[in-house]
Write a protein that binds this ligand. Structure first.
Ligand code: DGL
Length: 276
């Protein structure tokens, strides 16, 4: 039986975009949405109560992700961006099935894997959480498009807690970054994918480690280009909006989230609590 083409004609361009992550990592994607799609409103959900997703089972991640999808739909979102690699790797299909074609679902792994596979990359390294690395989705997804690429994935679980604690350009993050990137698995890579949406917050330190030797992929940019393409295809891009609104919900309040969101989105960012 042929797959039915999705029909999103019940949606309107004026509805907000829904974005979620376990915490502050997805803000790297939200920030790129603000930059590339400045007319769009968005609603961001950070599941800080259950962070880190990278240490959770598939079943737990599926449970949290589908509940968040429900919440974003209840807020009238026109698309859901899973701005979390661990949730993409473990719950993409389940979230898609859950929303049952009601809104488009955009993930952070497939668009990046496809882009890397079609450009000239031979030895690709991926650093990510345990939940993402254990799923093997980056390797599968890249090799689906280009089976000649060598992909080495390394779990780097100390990065998310350090970032959520607000460390950046600090001896702690320098030591963690140095320790992981010098792992022999990543010895011959030419390209590095930051397979966790938190990691761009340490991009300076990561680039500093490599100098010009390794190309570090800008995943938020690739993901938002994909989002733009999908919204455009379904006539859901908002054309003008003099005062875009950004709303943030957390399942538990954290100081660092407010700090990063204020830095990214200026002024006072209002964070509301939504228990999950
Ligand atoms: N930002 C996330 C990711 O991309 C989640 C990290 C975590 O909660 O462990 O995987």
């Amino acid at each position: 039986m042929k797959n039915k083409k999705p029909d999103f004609s019940h949606l309107s361009p004026n509805q907000p975009i829904g974005i979620f992550d376990s915490g502050a990592g997805g803000l790297t994607v939200a920030k790129e949405i603000k930059r590339l799609l400045p007319n769009e409103d968005f609603i961001y959900f950070g599941d800080t109560k259950h962070l880190p997703y990278g240490e959770k089972s598939k079943e737990a991640i599926v449970g949290y992700s589908t509940q968040i999808a429900d919440f974003l739909l209840s807020k009238n979102c026109k698309a859901i961006v899973i701005a979390c690699n661990s949730a993409t790797a473990n719950a993409l299909k389940e979230v898609q099935d859950w929303v049952a074609g009601h809104v488009p679902v955009i993930d952070v792994i497939n668009p990046v894997a496809e882009k890397v596979a079609y450009e000239i990359h031979n030895n690709v390294g991926v650093i990510a959480t345990k939940a993402t690395v254990n799923s093997g989705l980056y390797k599968k997804s890249i090799r689906k498009h280009n089976k000649f690429i060598k992909v080495d994935e390394l779990a780097t679980p100390l990065l998310v807690p350090a970032i959520e604690e607000g460390f950046k350009n600090h001896p702690i993050t320098h030591a963690i970054v140095y320790n992981y990137l010098s792992n022999s698995k990543l010895k011959n890579i030419e390209t590095l994918i930051l397979g966790c949406t938190h990691y761009p917050l340490l991009i300076d330190e990561i680039k500093q480690y490599y100098g010009n030797r390794v190309r570090v992929i800008d995943s938020p940019n690739i993901v938002v280009n994909q989002l733009q393409m999908i919204l455009d295809k379904h006539h859901l891009l908002r054309e003008n909006n003099s005062k875009p609104t950004y709303r943030f919900y957390l399942s538990d309040k954290t100081k660092n989230f407010e700090k990063i969101s204020k830095k990214f989105f200026g002024k006072a960012v209002e964070v509301e609590m939504k228990l999950l």
